[in-house]
Design a binder for this molecule. Structure first.
Ligand SMILES: C[S@@+](CC[C@H](N)C(=O)[O-])C[C@H]1O[C@@H](n2cnc3c(N)ncnc32)[C@H](O)[C@@H]1O
Length: 262
C-alpha cells in the first residue's frame, strides 16, 4: 500500500526509533550532532534518521522549489543522491512532484552506513508511488545508471561530514562528468548556513568545485539561502513540533545549484 510521508514515517522510522533504549539515545545524542561515520553504531544512524528526516526533506524541497520546472511532460529523471541517509531527497521529490510526476524517476541513494541504507529502503518502499524506482549503493563507483532525459546529483547535508575524503570528492566529480556526457545534468548541494568555525573547517564545497574543474567540467553556479523552521518529530506521540529558525532574518539553509551548459 502506498502511504503519504507521515504514514511512512510512523510505519518505519518511528517504531524502530522507539525500540532504542534511553542509554542508546543519549549516547547517540552526545556524539552525533548530525555527523555519521560508516562504522558508527546503529543507534547513531537511527537517531539521526528519526530526528532529521522531516527537516532535511523540507530543506531539499525548498531547494527544488527554487529550481523552477525541472522536466517537461513525458520525461524521465535519474537522481543520484550522495550521502543519502534514509532517502530524504527521494521523499522530497515524491512530495514535490506528486501532482506532475516524471514518467519515471530512478533514485539511487549512495550511503556508506548499512543501517541507513536499510532504513532508506524500508521508508521509501512504504512511500513510493508507481513512478519511482529505487536502489541504494554503498559507494558512488560502479553504479548502474539508466538512460534518462535529466540527471540530478544531490548532496543534502553531506559536504560538512567528517567522513568525506579527497577520494570521495574526486569520485563525485567523475560521476557528475559521466552523467553530463549522458545528458542534461544538475548538481544540488544543500548545507546548513552556519557561523560555526568547526563546521566551516569541515566544509568541502570549495574542494568539490576544484575537483569538478579538474574533471573538465564547466559550470554555472546559482547560490541562494532560505529561512526554514524545522519540523522535529514528537517523542511521545505522532506528529511534529515546529522549531522556529533563530532570528527573523537568519537564513539557515544554504542552496548551491550547479548547471552544466550543454
Ligand atoms: C547529515 S546526514 C544527511 C543524510 C541525508 N542526505 C539527509 O538529507 O538527511 C549525512 C549523511 O552522509 C553520510 N556520509 C558520511 N560520509 C560520507 C561519505 N564519505 N560518502 C557518502 N556519504 C557519507 C552519512 O552516513 C550520513 O548518512
Amino acid at each position: 500500500m502506498q502511504m503519504n510521508y507521515d504514514e511512512a514515517f510512523d510505519a518505519t522510522l518511528r517504531p524502530r526509533h522507539d525500540l532504542l533504549s534511553g542509554e542508546e539515545i543519549q549516547a547517540a545524542e552526545r556524539r552525533r550532532h548530525g555527523r555519521l561515520l560508516r562504522d558508527d553504531p546503529e543507534c547513531y544512524a537511527m537517531v539521526d534518521a528519526f530526528k532529521l528526516h522531516r527537516a532535511h526533506t523540507d530543506a531539499f524541497k525548498l531547494a527544488i522549489e527554487g529550481r523552477g520546472p525541472f522536466m517537461g511532460q513525458g520525461q524521465t529523471v535519474c537522481a543520484v543522491d550522495l550521502g543519502a541517509g534514509a532517502g530524504n531527497v527521494a521523499a522530497a521529490l515524491v512530495e514535490a512532484w506528486a501532482s506532475e510526476p516524471p514518467v519515471r524517476l530512478t533514485y539511487i541513494g549512495v550511503e556508506p552506513h548499512s543501517l541507513m541504507r536499510r532504513l532508506g529502503v524500508e521508508f521509501l518502499r512504504a512511500l513510493a508511488p508507481p513512478w519511482l524506482d529505487l536502489a541504494f549503493a554503498e559507494t558512488s563507483t560502479g553504479l548502474s545508471i539508466p538512460r534518462a532525459d535529466h540527471y540530478l546529483v544531490t548532496l543534502n547535508y553531506v559536504l560538512q561530514q567528517p567522513g568525506v575524503t579527497e577520494r570521495d570528492l574526486r569520485d563525485w566529480a567523475a560521476l557528475v562528468a559521466t552523467l553530463y556526457s549522458m545528458g542534461r545534468t544538475c548538481l544540488l548541494c544543500i548545507s546548513p548556513n552556519s557561523i560555526s568555525p568547526a563546521l566551516e573547517e569541515l566544509d568541502r564545497t570549495e574542494a568539490l568545485r576544484q575537483e569538478m574543474s579538474a574533471a573538465g567540467l564547466v559550470f554555472q553556479l546559482h547560490s541562494a539561502s532560505r529561512r526554514m523552521d524545522r519540523r522535529m518529530p514528537r517523542e511521545d506521540s505522532r506528529g511534529w513540533i515546529v522549531q522556529p529558525a533563530r532570528g527573523a532574518d537568519w537564513h539557515n539553509v544554504r542552496i548551491e545549484r550547479y548547471e552544466f551548459p550543454l
